[in-house]
Design a protein around this ligand. Structure first.
Ligand code: CA
Length: 225
């Protein structure tokens, strides 16, 4: 899933990000509430917000309220250090779907995310969850990629790149466009990273690599069938 982590404790944020990425989530991090709201309401397609209540600017409760006011269909898991009934009730009132009391074991968060993922899957189906081109199929719900029916293990960035290409068959996408898709909030990434990841992606696609075409001087394109 595409997860936004709003947590001002930089050390905790770093650890959680790594664990979430190991679990194949694509993770964005905000260290304050305003940035959190900005990312959540951007077109990046955040599916879950893991939201600390105690933030340096506006509280997590306020973040949740603003996200709900904006009408976003996003799941919110609140993190609270204060194990009191009041905070829980207020958090749920503000629009949180679930909460965890700090300190928590990462496995607890992972279990909540799995539950949310299952709930989304059993909810109204999005149209066309499987994107395909020739022998390549990408299931957006299960995040599974296959080539000729054989599973291919992609990193979250490689998955995002392939997803972006599959959504625009035959269309040339510039390195910057692909960068926006696969690294939506990283400032320290250069367009060269796109070339590197496309190289990894092609290697993993094996015989289907030729479907990802290089458009010299511009970027990449998914071959038209
Ligand atoms: Ca905090």
């Amino acid at each position: 899933m595409h997860v936004l982590l709003v947590e001002d404790d930089q050390r905790l944020a770093r650890v959680l990000r790594r664990l979430l990425e190991d679990d194949r989530h694509v993770v964005e991090v905000a260290h304050d509430g305003e940035t959190g709201v900005e990312i959540a309401t951007s077109p990046a397609g955040i599916e879950v917000i893991v939201l600390d209540i105690g933030l340096p600017d506006i509280t997590g409760l306020e973040v949740a309220r603003r996200v709900r006011t904006a009408g976003l269909e996003v799941a919110i898991i609140m993190l609270t250090a204060r194990d009191t009934v009041n905070d829980r009730v207020t958090g749920l009132d503000a629009g949180a779907d679930d909460y965890l009391v700090k300190p928590f074991a990462y496995e607890e968060l992972a279990a909540r995310l799995r539950a949310l993922g299952r709930r989304r899957e059993s909810g109204p189906r999005r149209p066309e969850p499987v994107l395909a081109a020739g022998p390549i199929a990408l299931d957006e719900r299960t995040r599974r990629v296959t080539v000729e029916g054989r599973s291919v293990d992609l990193s979250p960035r490689e998955f995002s790149l392939l997803e972006c290409l599959l959504r625009h068959p035959g269309q040339t996408l510039s390195r910057d466009q692909l960068l926006d898709q696969a690294w939506p909030f990283s400032v320290a990434v250069t367009p060269n990273a796109v070339d590197a990841y496309v190289h990894y992606l092609r290697t993993k696609l094996g015989p289907a690599a030729r479907w990802v075409e290089t458009v010299r001087g511009i970027g990449y394109r998914l071959a038209d069938a």
